[in-house]
Design a protein around this ligand. Structure first.
Ligand code: SF4
Ligand code: SF4
Length: 254
């Protein structure tokens, strides 16, 4: 989680414990939800669908904006803040705190940690390490509770987010090699890839309309699963994107 124009201390972490707790009793409660600069990953949209009870297209249209980020060949999806008095705040911030708490984004769960991922896909599996990030306004760092990385990840239920984000990292790594070539930014392939990653409802319709599953070696039971399970369909979508862009993929033609 980042905030614009803020000085942040970062300390690499191993097994050691660090002091941190976040709860409604801290004087800075919800301070980090104001003026936040937050990237959204494909699995965040799947979770927000559950938390908000609306479709992926509506989430993308109402709550996100596109920005030019670290990858010059693919847009970065950012949370779109809403104006509230003198400031801009997360659209999901309610009077009692986070209104999508159980489905909040991976970055909100991860703070005060920051995850770094080794992108070398020849390793087979992404390797990660963690930093402790300390914003001057965050008083959670002065609470008595001591935790280590493993305990924090478990308490915030981050295993699923991290597993899904590793799949996204593999795709993002390919997207950084300009796989669209002559089509350039915003061309039909990029639009298709963007839909597969960020608009799961649109991708489901696309798959059904174009007989994508039938053209691949996908078992009937798995195909039915994709029709009702967004997370499973997103796993397929990310694999399908690698297949489409000529990257390493286990999908094979019939
Ligand atoms: S999703 Fe919730 S925790 Fe995350 S910035 Fe928004 S209000 Fe805060
Ligand atoms: S303790 Fe830190 S993470 Fe928790 S509400 Fe305060 S600023 Fe946000």
């Amino acid at each position: 989680m980042k905030e614009q124009n803020q000085q942040v201390e970062r300390t690499p972490l191993g097994e050691q414990c660090f002091p941190f707790a976040c709860h409604p009793g801290v004087a800075c409660f919800t301070r980090c939800c104001r003026g936040v600069d937050l990237d959204l990953y494909p699995f965040d949209i799947i979770e927000l669908k559950k938390g908000l009870g609306i479709g992926s297209e509506q989430i993308m249209r109402n709550h996100t904006r596109l920005s030019r980020g670290a990858n010059p060949y693919f847009p970065t999806v950012k949370l779109k803040l809403v104006e509230c008095g003198q400031e801009f705040v997360c659209p999901f911030l309610g009077e009692q705190g986070c209104s999508v708490y159980h489905h909040r984004m991976g970055a909100c769960r991860t703070y005060p940690l920051e995850r770094a991922v080794d992108r070398r896909i020849e390793r087979g599996r992404a390797a990660d390490c963690y930093f402790l990030t300390k914003h001057s306004y965050c008083l959670g760092h002065y609470e008595d509770q001591q935790v280590n990385v493993r305990q924090w990840l478990r308490s915030q239920r981050l295993a699923e987010h991290n597993m899904m984000n590793e799949l996204w990292t593999e795709v993002d790594t390919i997207l950084r090699t300009n796989p669209f070539k002559g089509e350039g930014s915003g061309g039909p392939t990029q639009q298709l890839v963007f839909m597969a990653c960020y608009n799961i409802d649109g991708f489901r319709n696309f798959v059904l309309e174009h007989g994508v599953l039938e053209s691949l070696s996908i078992a009937g039971r798995q195909r039915r699963c994709y029709q009702r399970d967004d997370k499973e369909l997103l796993k397929f979508a990310l694999e399908w994107v690698k297949h489409l862009l000529g990257g390493p993929s286990f999908l094979g033609r019939r």
